[in-house]
Design a protein around this ligand. Structure first.
Ligand code: SAM
Length: 231
């Protein structure tokens, strides 16, 4: 079964997610040791979707990350380029609107969303800056961006335990629960190679977003970045 390499060729990334789609949510919950719920709650609060607002959840996969915005009464679109993930999503969450699309060439007009958010997706996109510019393009003036992504633990002992032990154990644990344990080798590698909180904030700013801020979750294992499009 396929796994992407760190150059993140789009067809490899999409095929890898096609391969894990069926068991994706279960594996996620197990490997994140119950933290996913906490992270999703923080994203919901940061996005702060209001009834009637248009929210794009990019790299939405099976749509689990979109649910909180839909529950808040927003008009949501769950966009992803893995047809496997979208199919599982459509079957399990038929009330959501799914769209096939690549983050670097979004199939939406300019300025149509009040908020754009991406959870555990940006790290997988080959051209991060291009995706951030595309997100800016489809956001309304004054609209907001929320990025939820694995990051760098801020406390040295946690960082050591996390990088030296947990990341190395990940593929072995994944063998028990995932349909494609190799995908979790990629997960560990891609987390290690990903920019830390400050670097990512700077990349977001360079793409044209304003008032970029971030907060750490679970000691910086995950970070939320929030930014706005100029009015
Ligand atoms: C780890 S999953 C996250 C799914 C969901 N957001 C969540 O929080 O559970 C990452 C998703 O990013 C999607 N993805 C990666 N690169 C993409 C791209 N360039 N365009 C659209 N989707 C992409 C993958 O297909 C996959 O479904």
């Amino acid at each position: 079964m396929s796994r992407a390499s760190l150059d993140k060729q789009p067809h490899e990334v999409a095929a890898m997610f096609d391969g894990v789609a069926e068991r994706y949510d279960l594996t996620n919950d197990v490997l994140a040791l119950g933290q996913t719920r906490l992270w999703r709650r923080a994203v919901r609060q940061a996005v702060d979707a209001k009834p009637g607002q248009r929210v794009l959840d990019l790299a939405a996969g099976t749509g689990t990350s979109t649910q909180p915005f839909h529950a808040a009464g927003a008009d949501t679109v769950s966009c992803d380029f893995s047809l496997g993930m979208l199919q599982v999503g459509k079957r399990r969450l038929p009330h959501l609107t799914f769209a096939a699309g690549d983050a670097t060439r979004l199939p939406f007009r300019d300025g149509v969303f009040d908020a754009v958010t991406i959870s555990f997706g940006l790290r997988n996109v080959q051209d991060t800056e291009r995706a951030l510019s595309e997100m800016l393009r489809v956001t309304k003036p004054g609209g907001r961006l929320v990025v939820c992504e694995f990051s760098r633990p801020t406390i040295a002992p946690l960082r050591t335990v996390y990088i030296e032990y947990l990341m190395k154990a990940l593929p072995a644990v994944a063998t028990k629960v995932s349909s494609n344990p190799d995908a979790y080798v990629y997960l560990a590698e891609s987390i290690r190679a990903w920019p830390d909180q400050r670097e990512l904030a700077s990349v977001i700013g360079k793409a044209g977003w304003r008032r970029v801020a971030h907060r750490n979750l679970t000691g910086g294992i995950v970070a939320l970045h929030r930014a706005y499009k100029e009015d």
